[in-house]
Design a binder for this molecule. Structure first.
Ligand code: 1BN
Ligand code: ZN
Length: 310
């Protein structure tokens, strides 16, 4: 059995002890949460990355250049999507490819766009203002950028595809297909014909100091064995060994296309929305992001990669 691939019964504490030793055994250095934090901050410095705005265009260029420096190749997929409230929009999915020749591949996804409306803000005057998306957007992207940077230094034998998807956050409540528009486009137009990775992992809202990562419902429906593997690789105190709620996030469209894909997402059992208090408010800013949480998620991914390499 691989370093953290055991699916035996473990408690959260057993899991942490197990992954701490596997992290030592892996060939990778420690995941650098401070650098990931800086990458989240740099995204926020562009302003909200709302599709169609200059900040979105500038951030796309920065993300592309970052991946070009860290991956073997980069593809920028441009497309047009129909939104629920903003008409037809031009989108960009930005794809970094590591070890293009490897047949065993892992898909890693995060959305890089931010929501145009802070429509869950307690103050209705903020409902037409954009979300900064330090957590809802920048955090997942930051972990994947830092991961690519460290893998460039440390090397890996696994094929890895980092897909930064656009237009995730233009959705309307109760209209499933209005979410994940960039992912739906990518599923219809995969960057490689017949693309079939072993698994996918989506990161969404992975930066809060008080994050709780529970086993999300659709992830369990489509890929429970892989959820077990990832949770057995998990480090730190934010991964919970409990069942979570369901969210129509990007991974649902990936699973429907036949790629088993899980969502590492901060869901809160004690909240009306199911998410943290900053979700879709003007308070989703960098001061609520913790380098420690980012490090735990990034280290978990390094442990998963080491496990799949064996
Ligand atoms: C996650 C973060 N999502 C949006 N921002 C996905 C989502 C879809 C959340 C439907 C709630 C309902
Ligand atoms: Zn959102």
């Amino acid at each position: 059995m691989t370093a953290c691939g055991s699916t035996g019964n473990t408690t959260a504490n057993d899991t942490n002890a197990e992954s701490a030793s596997s992290a030592t055994a892996s060939t990778y250095g420690k995941f650098d949460g401070e650098s990931a934090f800086s990458l989240a901050k740099q995204q926020c410095e562009f302003g909200p990355r709302v599709p169609g705005t200059p900040a979105h265009a500038k951030c796309a260029e920065w993300l592309t250049n970052f991946l070009k420096a860290s991956c073997d190749s980069v593809m920028v997929q441009t497309g047009k999507v129909q939104t629920a409230k903003s008409g037809r929009l031009d989108i960009k999915n930005i794809i970094g490819i590591i070890n293009p020749e490897a047949s065993q591949r892992l898909l890693l996804l995060a959305h890089w766009d931010t929501r145009p409306w802070a429509d869950n803000d307690p103050d209705p005057a903020n409902h037409t203002k954009p979300v900064m998306g330090a957590n809802d957007g920048a955090s997942g992207v930051a972990v994947l950028l830092q991961l690519a940077h460290q893998l460039k230094q440390d090397g890996t034998s696994l094929g890895i595809d980092i897909v930064l998807v656009d237009a995730e956050d233009l959705g309307e409540n109760d209209v499933e297909e209005s979410w994940g528009l960039g992912t739906q486009y990518w599923v219809e137009h995969p960057h490689v014909a017949g693309y079939k990775p072993l698994f996918g992992i989506l990161l969404d809202m992975v930066g809060s100091a008080s994050a709780t990562f529970t086993r999300e419902y659709y992830s369990m429906q489509y890929a429970s064995g892989f959820v077990d593997l990832v949770w057995n690789c998990a480090t730190g105190s934010h991964f919970m060994n409990s069942q979570g709620g369901a969210v129509t996030d990007d991974h649902v469209f990936v699973n429907r296309a036949g790629i088993p894909c899980i969502d590492i997402i901060d869901m809160r059992a004690d909240s009306d929305t199911g998410f943290g208090p900053e979700w879709h408010t003007v308070d989703d800013t960098i001061d609520h992001i913790s380098p420690i949480t980012l490090a735990e998620v990034g280290q978990t991914l390094l442990n998963v990669i080491a496990s799949l390499e064996q």
